[in-house]
Design a binder for this molecule. Structure first.
Ligand SMILES: NC(=O)c1ccc[n+]([C@@H]2O[C@H](COP(=O)([O-])OP(=O)(O)OC[C@H]3O[C@@H](n4cnc5c(N)ncnc54)[C@H](OP(=O)(O)O)[C@@H]3O)[C@@H](O)[C@H]2O)c1
Length: 359
């Protein structure tokens, strides 16, 4: 199989570094371009990142030697690659313009940014949940006037544990109300304890924009295509509270849920264990074999012990029990820069490659 030539836009950042690490030895994708701001452009990747390298593994040697390109030189980058991953820290309207410029240069964009998540004809995909939304790409290409170029996005990291856990229960049992509190790692803000020492021994009860994303994005994931747009699902109603906690990687969520037809505990556990999505059916290279893992132990999942399950691409669930106000409550965990960011992006690109959208 031919390898797709890949660029990472925002390669020097926290998520960009994850992309660079994950692309080392990828069976389908070869990293050929790293791009970032004019501050980094013209330097080797190693020099541009310098002491910001925050990955647990060393910087891949081939990537270290690449000369960082200026991300705003769209045509120049687009010529060298088959598609780009994009994870940049810029204003929303600037990101929208940048991603659209790449798409219009016939370079597909797989984005980690939130700027285009609610654009009607931009699919927001978790491959195990709504792979079929990729079909909207044809409508988007008509709007953009492109033959290859398009934008596809992944959803926010905060919801990558609880939406997968709720998904196999939603239709069958009529998921009605969800209350969720998230406990989110500092890498979600692009930070480490070195760059954010105030977070040691601390908890901050505010993450800008996160609660709205946690409540609204699931409704797009569970939506359906109508003509040239994705229509959001009307239910469930979700209320969210998002806290920043002193953990390097891994977002935990405490979830409460009620149904139209209350399932038994055994039915819930059976649906979780049996769940397989399109990523598993297609055996995509980055797909976890078992997406949802249930832990029987009362003190699991734990962030430090379980965030790297199946290369950080699986979701860990535990403590399912009846609640006094909702039908059930449980906790769940996912790795925010792997499943929740770059890993989810690579998996989405694998899905789109398998379905021919990157050819
Ligand atoms: N961290 C997470 O867990 C996570 C999860 C999901 C989604 N996201 C999203 O992913 C995006 C990146 O997050 P991050 O945590 O990786 O941020 P980050 O560590 O602050 O990195 C930001 C990146 O953007 C680049 N950049 C900044 N200004 C630019 C410009 N004018 N033109 C081109 N590139 C520019 C930076 O390049 P220089 O090094 O040259 O400045 C750097 O590569 C954000 O939209 C974030 O919301 C993050």
């Amino acid at each position: 199989m031919k390898k797709y030539r890949v660029g990472v836009v925002g390669a020097t950042g926290m998520v960009g570094q994850r992309f660079v690490s994950l692309l080392e030895n990828h069976p389908w994708f070869e990293l050929v371009v790293v791009a970032a701001s004019p501050r980094s452009a013209g330097k080797t990747y190693a020099k541009a990142v310098g002491d910001r390298w925050a990955m647990p593994t060393p910087m891949p040697q081939d990537a270290a030697k690449l000369i960082v390109m200026d991300a705003s030189h769209v045509e120049e980058v687009a010529q060298k690659v088959d598609f780009v991953f994009c994870a940049v820290d810029m204003k929303k309207d600037e990101i929208k313009a940048l991603e659209e410029a790449y798409a219009k240069a016939e370079c597909p964009v797989i984005s980690n940014n939130s700027a285009n998540r609610f654009t009607d004809d931009v699919p927001m995909i978790v491959p195990e949940i709504n792979a079929d939304h990729a079909q909207i790409i044809e409508a988007q290409r008509r709007r953009l006037g492109t033959t290859r170029g398009f934008i596809a996005v992944k959803s926010n990291c905060s919801l990558q544990s609880y939406v997968p856990a709720l998904h196999p229960l939603r239709e069958e049992f009529g998921l009605k109300n969800v209350l969720v509190c998230t406990y989110q790692a500092i890498s979600g803000a692009g930070k480490t304890f070195e760059t954010w020492p105030e977070m040691v021994d601390n908890c901050i009860p505010y993450i800008g924009g996160e609660e709205e994303k946690s409540e609204q994005e699931p409704r797009k994931l569970w939506g359906h295509i109508e003509g040239d747009r994705i229509v959001k699902a009307a239910s469930p109603a979700i209320t969210a509270q998002c806290l920043r906690i002193p953990v390097s990687d891994g977002h935990m969520a405490a979830v409460f849920m009620s149904f139209e037809k209350k399932p038994t505990k055994e039915q819930i556990l059976e649906r979780w264990t049996a769940f397989q999505g399109e990523a598993q059916r297609l055996q995509l290279p980055s797909a976890p074999k078992q997406f949802l893992h249930y832990f029987e132990e009362n003190d699991r999942p734990q962030t430090k012990l379980d965030r790297n399950l199946e290369n950080g691409m699986a979701v860990s669930i535990g403590r399912l029990r009846e609640d006094t106000q909702y039908d059930y409550k449980f906790v769940c965990l996912s790795h925010n820069t792997l499943r929740g960011a770059a890993g989810g992006g690579v998996l989405l690109a694998e899905l789109l490659a398998a379905k021919g959208y990157l050819d």
